[in-house]
Design a protein around this ligand. Structure first.
Ligand code: FAD
Ligand code: NAD
Length: 401
């Protein structure tokens, strides 16, 4: 009479919240629950643009897993997942393997390169603590190296951000705040530095409220950001990018933010995917696999009002974790009827660096300081959901006004 085994892959928003919910509801008494993650810490992907630019230390965005999960109740395994063997109901790890009765896949996303040559080799991406501290160090090194060569290489002070979606815009916002500080620190005139935001669509933040987009673009331009709109990047090279008209911008720093696709482990494991994501059933299970739940950026769900996929967000990943945990509890109790996932989209708020932000909450538009305060409230709310007031006090954002 062994307990069923639940294995949760990934301790991002979706994975760690599922584990936390199962812990809080006492499910560990009826099942052996294991959380697997590459690192012994959980990081907040939605904050990564800040440590990438160097406006916030990366330790502020992460916390040890055993500080938010009771590892006596939920086993924790620090390993990389290599493949899911769905027919054998097991998961291959870089060292060893795990069997499961129920699996939760919350492995997050990978940068979408669209197969554009040179991206993998030469561009940076904002995807993990490791990837963003490399960006921060690299940017500082560019400033530090500039005054050390006889011949000044301006491409060292040219920063290109590919894609003006939310990630690109939030990063450019932080970078435009950080650059004046770096100029001061390394004795470099501000006008020597160029920041390009390069976007394929006819506007930054395509699809978002026009008035808010204009506010964001004007603000960033006032901080010296140059927008190249309707300009798809065609190739990335070691020393710059080639644009759609064949022209070239020389740069030693290209940060690639043209969207994401689901973790490649899903394709490798033989699941049917769209842009690397599994189109899940309403109860969040993979079609044809009643023992596998897929949540967060690995899952594709359709917004039936417009018949298009919801953009992958932390907001949805967190909400899915609640449904997923409820459904696992139901299965453990022998129920057949599972809960259907319905996202409750509260809105979108994007930071622009410093005390600036834009947001659409319900149909209310927020600009500047009020949007920035709202962003911090959202960030703190998540910490509260995960670790209560102690975690908010330890990791929260308070410099609201
Ligand atoms: P993640 O939170 O990314 O977690 C995936 C986890 O899986 C990580 O802990 C990783 O270490 C682990 N992992 C990956 N591969 C392996 C492996 N092979 N083996 C073991 N472990 C592995 N969304 C919003 O709703 N609001 C925002 O304001 C917002 N801002 C954003 C800002 C930035 C800069 C970025 C990049 C994204 C932002 N998003 C935002 C989107 C949001 O971050 C994602 O939708 C969300 O993180 C998805 O959650 P997840 O649980 O699927 O994956
Ligand atoms: P995105 O898909 O939202 O934006 C990518 C942008 O890159 C698009 O505007 C696209 O037109 C552009 N692009 C594509 N190919 C290009 C090319 N070759 N050259 C130049 N531009 C190109 O992706 P993202 O910004 O990485 O965001 C990923 C997900 O995370 C989205 O779902 C987003 O909503 C979410 N997110 C949310 C927030 C927030 O709510 N504050 C912040 C960051 C990310």
């Amino acid at each position: 009479n062994r307990k069923p085994k639940i294995v949760i892959l990934g301790a991002g928003y979706g994975g760690i919240m599922t584990a936390s919910r199962l812990q809080k509801s006492g499910a560990y008494q009826d099942a052996e629950i294991t959380l697997v993650n590459k690192h012994n810490y959980h990081y907040q992907t939605t904050w990564l643009h800040e440590p990438a630019a160097g406006t916030l230390h990366h330790d502020r965005t992460r916390m040890r897993i055993d500080s938010v999960i009771d590892t006596n109740k939920i086993h924790f395994v620090k390993e990389s997942v290599v493949e899911i063997k769905k027919d054998e109901k097991k998961v291959i790890l870089s060292n060893g393997e795990l069997e499961y009765d129920y699996l939760v896949v919350g492995l997050g996303s990978e940068p979408e390169t669209f197969g554009i040559p040179g991206v993998e080799e030469h561009a940076f991406s904002i995807r993990s603590v490791n990837s963003v501290r490399l960006i921060r160090e690299h940017i500082e090194y560019m400033f530090a190296s500039y005054n050390n060569s006889e011949e000044k290489h301006d491409d060292a002070l040219t920063f290109i951000v590919a894609g003006a979606g939310f990630t690109g815009i939030e990063f450019v916002g932080e970078l435009s705040e950080r650059v004046p500080e770096l100029c001061e620190e390394y004795d470099i005139p501000r006008e020597k530095v160029k920041i390009y935001s390069v976007e394929a669509a006819p506007t930054a933040l395509p699809g978002f409220d026009e008035e808010l987009v204009t506010y964001a673009m004007n603000l960033l331009e006032s901080r010296g950001v140059e927008f190249l709109i309707s300009t798809p990047i065609q190739e990335v090279k070691a020393d710059g990018v080639i644009l759609n008209d064949g022209s070239e911008i020389k740069s030693r720093t290209i940060v690639w933010t043209t969207g994401v696709r689901g973790n490649s482990i899903l394709d490798k494991s033989g699941f049917e995917t769209m842009r690397g994501r599994i189109k899940v059933e309403k109860d969040l299970r993979a079609p044809g696999h009643d023992d596998i739940f897929v949540i967060g950026d690995c899952a594709l769900i359709i917004n039936e009002e417009i018949n298009r996929p919801y953009p992958p967000t932390a907001q949805i990943a967190i909400q899915q974790a609640y449904t997923c945990a409820n459904n696992l509890k139901a299965l453990l109790a022998g129920k057949e009827k599972l809960e259907e996932f319905k996202p409750a989209i509260k809105g979108t708020v994007a930071s622009l660096g410093g005390k600036e932000a834009i947001g659409l909450v319900g149909d209310k538009k927020l600009f500047g300081a009020s949007a920035s305060a709202m962003k911090k409230v959202i960030d703190n709310k998540y910490l509260y959901q995960l670790g209560g007031m102690p975690l908010v006090l330890k990791k929260g954002k308070f410099n609201i006004f």
